[in-house]
Write a protein that binds this ligand. Structure first.
Ligand code: SF4
Length: 533
């Protein structure tokens, strides 16, 4: 293997993983940065002859594992094992929705129409339909929600494009493979089998390897919670309009009702006032504006549902909109009306949207149940799982009280190889000039390190403010997230040799820049969840 150096920690971990796989045991393993934990579980997985599901924290890590690590090891081991990559449905081009979006290309803004044409051209070339392939489109383009599916709008086996569907194909490949690389979100989806329109998501496995396992409790509580946002209402309106053009042009009243619902959704958002707020549902439930807004929204939704119900059977797309309306009604009822005991209900206000969520307070029971009904080896690993020497906190959170636990320290000599700087005297992170003050502190350090720096932010707003501030104050090349696809930014960063890359969450983990090319990492504030959450 190019650049490989033997590390005792890595070998010990690989042996522990192999034993756990052979004995269908539970292993909780912390492996410090630089241990090489990915290879330490992939090698035993490839050699085990068993069906293994590997779950990573993010899609970027999934791609890295599937595109780079697995092919490298398969070649080195001359392994014939079949591997597959499976992501959530939002990552695959939906041919049915692409066709619908193309029906009315003039209904889109110019930039969206241009992106739509790019997607159309790519749709003839792609074999996997994985949207990461179309790297020239920015991650945030509004075209993706138009041409990917949700469990709400997917027509499943009723779909005219079912035989060519990329998602169906990806799931078929996963069923046939021996090693399947998924992410935590998908793993939870499989556990809850709440993804309608298809049967089970993942094949039954002999071993589950959960990498970045420290993220799983949070992903799981988000997943097992329920959430509804005004955006879903607006999407329902948009899709009903598109179906109206296709199948119900003789029902102008339907179109009027869609307008009413759209207005009600926007008004409900406005009833919450300024953006950026977040709080418990109980705090606002008694507010008369919110109460009226909710009632109005429900009334319009119910009316639309009634109208769609009256034309049942006229078209699959219309029927799917009817079912979505019904699900939205049920979600509103579940979040706004039911008393939450084991759940916390909360709202989040964004500039153009509002989200209501109900999150379970603990997920240990759910995991205990899953592990009991999937007898297999369960291996949880990460660079940060233990508190001091103890894994108790993580084990309790996940309901895995009985497990073998192991820890391997990082082989890096942090004392000699790293410098840690916490600036004093910065204002509170909520201060309006916070980002500016951070950047004033950072600029001389950037010059001293001759770029080669990642500046990581907890919000897009801070990222944009920092990029604006740096513009014209430094000669170093600036690479800003959103200005080009992620992979291209990283490539240009390595090539430049003195660049400064500004990014948010997707750059926090799973970015591999070796050696001195990356010498400085600045974090604008530590992303601790608010204690009020
Ligand atoms: S089956 Fe669902 S995801 Fe596949 S093309 Fe049809 S609507 Fe899209």
């Amino acid at each position: 293997l190019p650049g490989f150096s033997w590390r005792p920690q890595q070998q010990e971990m690989a042996e522990a993983v192999a034993e756990a796989m052979a004995g269908q045991e539970r292993l909780v393993a912390e492996a410090g940065t630089g241990t090489g934990k990915t290879f330490a579980y992939l090698v035993p997985a490839l050699l085990s002859g068993r069906k293994v599901i590997v779950s990573t924290g993010t899609r970027n890590l999934q791609d890295q594992l599937f595109q780079r690590d697995l092919p490298l090891l398969k070649e080195a081991l001359a392994s014939p094992v079949k591997v597959a990559l499976l992501k959530g449905r939002a990552n695959y081009l939906c041919l049915h929705r692409l066709e619908i979006a193309l029906l009315d290309p003039r209904g889109h803004r110019r930039e969206v129409a241009r992106h739509l044409r790019q997607v159309q051209q790519w749709s003839h070339r792609t074999r996997t339909g994985d949207i990461v392939e179309l790297a020239e489109l920015p991650e945030e383009t509004p075209v993706w929600p138009l041409v990917t599916s949700t469990s709400d709008n997917c027509l499943g086996s009723e779909c005219p494009a079912y035989d060519r569907c990329h998602l169906v194909e990806a799931r078929r490949r996963a069923q046939e493979a021996e090693i399947v690389v998924v992410n935590h979100h998908l793993l939870c989806a499989d556990f809850s089998i709440r993804d309608e329109g298809f049967g089970e998501l993942l094949p039954a496995a002999d071993a589950y390897v959960i990498d970045e396992a420290h993220q799983l409790p949070e992903v799981a509580s988000n997943f097992f919670g329920v959430s509804v946002g005004t955006r879903q209402f607006l999407e329902l309106c948009r899709d009903t309009r598109a179906e109206y053009v296709k199948e119900a042009g003789d029902l102008p009243k339907l179109l009027e009702q869609v307008d009413h619902l759209e207005k009600a959704a926007r008004d409900f958002r406005l009833a919450f006032g300024e953006d950026g707020q977040r709080g418990a549902w109980e705090e606002v439930a008694g507010d008369p504006d919110v109460g009226r807004g909710l009632e109005y929204l429900r009334r319009e939704l119910e009316t639309l549902h009634g109208m769609l119900d009256a034309v049942s059977g006229r078209g699959k797309g219309l029927d799917s909109c009817r079912d979505r309306a019904l699900r939205l009604m049920a979600l509103l009822e579940r979040i706004c009306d039911e008393e939450g005991g084991a759940e916390v209900r909360w709202f989040e206000v964004h500039t153009h949207s509002l989200r209501l969520t109900s999150t379970p307070l603990e997920v240990a029971g759910l995991f205990r149940e899953q592990m009991a009904c999937h007898p297999a080896a369960w291996i949880f690993t990460s660079a940060t799982l233990a508190v001091g020497e103890s894994f108790e906190h993580f084990q309790r959170q996940m309901g895995i009280e009985e497990a073998r636990t192991e820890r391997w320290d990082s082989p890096f000599d942090y004392r000699r190889q790293a410098l840690w700087f916490v600036p004093r005297g910065l204002p509170r992170p909520s201060a309006p000039d916070y980002t500016e003050r951070v950047m004033e502190t950072v600029l001389p350090i950037l010059e001293a390190s001759r770029g080669r720096a990642f500046l990581l932010f907890t919000s897009h707003r801070a990222l944009r403010a920092a990029a604006r501030w740096l513009e014209g104050r430094t000669e170093l090349p600036l690479l800003v997230q959103g200005s080009a696809p992620r992979a291209e930014l990283v490539e240009r960063f390595v090539e430049a040799g003195n660049a400064v890359l500004l990014g948010t969450s997707s750059f926090w983990e799973g970015v591999d820049v070796r050696g001195e090319a990356l010498s400085l990492v600045v974090i604008d504030k530590l992303p601790f969840a608010s204690p009020g959450d």
